[in-house]
Design a protein around this ligand. Sequence first.
Ligand code: PLP
Length: 396
Amino acid sequence: MLTHRQLFLANNAQTTNFPLLLEFERAEGVYLYDTAGKAHIDLISGIGVSNTGHSHPRVTQAVKDQVDKYMHLMVYGEYVQTPQVKLAEKLVGLLPDPLSSVYFVNSGAEAVEGAMKLAKRYTGRSKILACHNSYHGSTQGALSLMGSEEFKQAYRPLLPNTGFIRFNDPSDLDKITEETAAIFIETVQGEAGIRVADVEYMQALSQRCKATGTLLVLDEIQAAMGRTGRLFAFEHYGIVPDILLLAKALGGGMPLGAFIASTEVMGALKENPILGHITTFGGHPVCCAAGLAALEVILDEGLIDSVAAKEALFRELLVHPAIKEVRGKGLMLAAEFESFEVNKRIIDRCITNGVITDWFLHCSNSMRIAPPLIITEEQIREACRVILQAIEAELS
Ligand code: PLP
């Protein structure tokens, strides 16, 4: 009989020739348990998803309760579905004006697609800008905004009328003009290796958008839901986006994305023609129920309050001549090594020793540190001990 691993390699589509091939039986809190029962610390949260920890009892209960009531009833936007209504109400209550209209979708990439269409419809312009080294998703529209030629050249032609500016470089802001429909920018760049913009830059960007009538679209698919120490990362900057993109941790472990705008901007999708964006499963009731429970856990359990102290502890512990820099904000961190080869060797040894981490799409010399927000001081100490031990073992 074939093992699961053999079946996975035989029948499940592969995204690389070197998948991690780890197999877990269950997950709880910050731990993933393999088939031998060994616990592994999840230092990456399934790439920015499991902010409340795995299998949080309030989230799993919300899923069970909703499954017992109803699952799919109708395509998005027709029926009044309580889980969608409650989650949108909660989000809008936590967001500044004028962000009051939430369009739920299935994923981050779909939130990007919806927002691109919305920006074009609302402004009547077609030019969309993004940043070098950005990652906004893998569908063709989102891929058109990817700030790396390496990953897109094989798929051209992509969307016309796209362009790029340098992240956090004020001298590029004049590329945003009266012809630009929108600039898509990650509030904290994720796959670039965790790059945090300066406050002055973000404020100047916001000003430039206002001056040119360009929509500021903040992609917080990776950075929101408390990860940077604020519920939404833009709260660090004293700015408000025209469109906010959420996904990943929004669904509390279930697939859910959203693009959020003012009622006026969002209204552009309703008419001439109607049905400007439609989705069968977007805002699935079970996903919205999970998302609401996860959001309530983040708020009720004060998960955001301890993020800055946990960041400080990682920074205090991750000191070693081989670590060139620890970058980032809150629990969205990157530890930089000399090269990909060094980083990869350390990551592999960490994984063998029970700490799961990886590197970034556009930054292969840096290690991702983005654990569930519930990680304790003791677990941080243990994870850092394993990382430092791995460095010593590999480099001495
Ligand atoms: N935007 C950012 C900043 C992301 O990090 C990602 C995924 O990693 C996406 C968009 C795409 O999200 P999804 O994988 O849900 O399509």
